[in-house]
Design a protein. Structure first.
Length: 365
């Protein structure tokens, strides 16, 4: 039954997550974490119920092809619509519509935004249909609602699009992120350089979240080294200190001695699920098939545990492959990113290279 076919929601959510994961360094940690939780909750809370419910419907529809003619089938549709509508709204739609997609790279933001919009559209239209059938299924009403759902979404999208222009861009008083962004944009215009070259969007988000009050604390923010502090430290601290004083905030949120970028945590339930399955003895390919992700995504999940010292890189990758990548990196220290990948060749994926690189940093530290 089309009403309870959620494949389009599941597929686009997974695609959105995989796409955002590849460029997560350009977005806020909170945004990636939120989407990670959405995918996890859908996988754990909604998908198993859908599979069980679909089997029940198959049996009932085999006995009564027309839902309107079966009291038992109508009852199941009512209960299923109520339950799934509540879960889909709470665990998927509401958190999805509030994700902050602020990003310095317009092309990257545009690509992610399109996937976000399609995810939201699929979920919104399904919610409308589920709401309509909470009092019973009527084929005419179902088709009419389905035809109008796209139009209804356009109205919803226009409202939500405004919320995707972060309050930060207004620079209104009392908005620390906005004040920092206005300052950053002004400096970029004066120097005629790209905004991210002054301070990256994600660093602005870290600054507004951690609120460092001194240069010592500022040095603990990812993206702020000695040069950046010399260039912009005084101006940034002035903005933050003024905000904190105006709002009665004492002290910063920075934990002494720990840089934001190096907190020894593995973010997100989705990484934990992959890690747990790997520790149970499942291969990367098996985990990918079970979870509906690409193998490279699972490699990325396990890479977090390599980076934080919970897994040895040799536990995940072939020893021979690790040796080749490691030696190549040591011999060619100037090569980074795409250039490094192209130099190594097609036999080595980005996630494998990142994993070995991370393991080398763990060894050094």
């Amino acid at each position: 039954m089309d009403l309870f076919d959620f494949k389009s929601i599941k597929n686009i959510l997974n695609y959105l997550f995989q796409s955002l994961e590849k460029v997560q360094e350009q977005f806020s940690t909170v945004s990636f974490q939120t989407l990670s939780n959405i995918v996890d909750n859908y996988t754990v809370e909604i998908n198993p119920v859908m599979e069980k419910f679909s089997k029940q419907l198959e049996l009932l529809t085999a006995q009564a092809p027309l839902p309107e003619e079966s009291i038992e089938l109508q009852d199941r549709i009512k209960k299923g619509s109520i339950y799934l509508c509540e879960k889909l709204k709470e665990l998927t739609y509401n958190p999805l519509k509030t994700i902050d997609l602020t990003c310095d790279n317009k092309e990257t933001k545009g690509n992610i935004y399109k996937l976000w919009e399609q995810s939201l559209k699929n979920t919104f239209e399904k919610l409308i249909l589920l709401q309509t059938n909470q009092n019973g299924f009527d084929s005419t009403q179902f088709l009419t609602t389905k035809a109008n759902a796209t139009i209804d979404f356009e109205t919803e999208k226009n409202r939500l699009t405004k919320s995707q222009s972060p309050a930060a861009s207004t620079g209104k008083k009392g908005d620390l992120f906005g004040s920092l962004k206005v300052w950053r944009d002004s400096v970029a215009n004066e120097k005629n350089v790209e905004k991210y070259m002054v301070v990256a969007q994600k660093t602005l988000q870290n600054l507004s979240g951690e609120m460092p009050r001194s240069k010592a604390e500022l040095s603990k923010i990812s993206g702020f080294g000695t040069i950046k502090i010399k260039q912009y430290g005084d101006e940034i601290l002035e903005i933050i200190n003024e905000f904190c004083e105006a709002n009665g905030i004492e002290g910063s949120k920075i934990q002494e001695g720990i840089k934001s970028v190096k907190k020894k945590i593995v973010k997100g339930l989705t990484q934990e699920l992959s890690y747990a399955m790997f520790k149970e003895g499942k291969t990367i390919v098996e985990i990918a098939e079970i979870r509906g992700f690409a193998a490279s995504t699972i490699e990325g999940h396990l890479g977090e545990y390599v980076k934080n010292g919970f897994l040895a890189v040799e536990d995940v990758l072939e020893t021979k492959k690790v040796k080749i990548i490691r030696e190549f990196i040591v011999e060619n220290p100037a090569l980074k990113g795409t250039v490094l990948k192209e130099a190594l060749g097609e036999d080595y994926s980005y996630s494998e290279i990142r994993m070995v690189w991370s393991s080398m940093n763990v060894e050094v530290n």
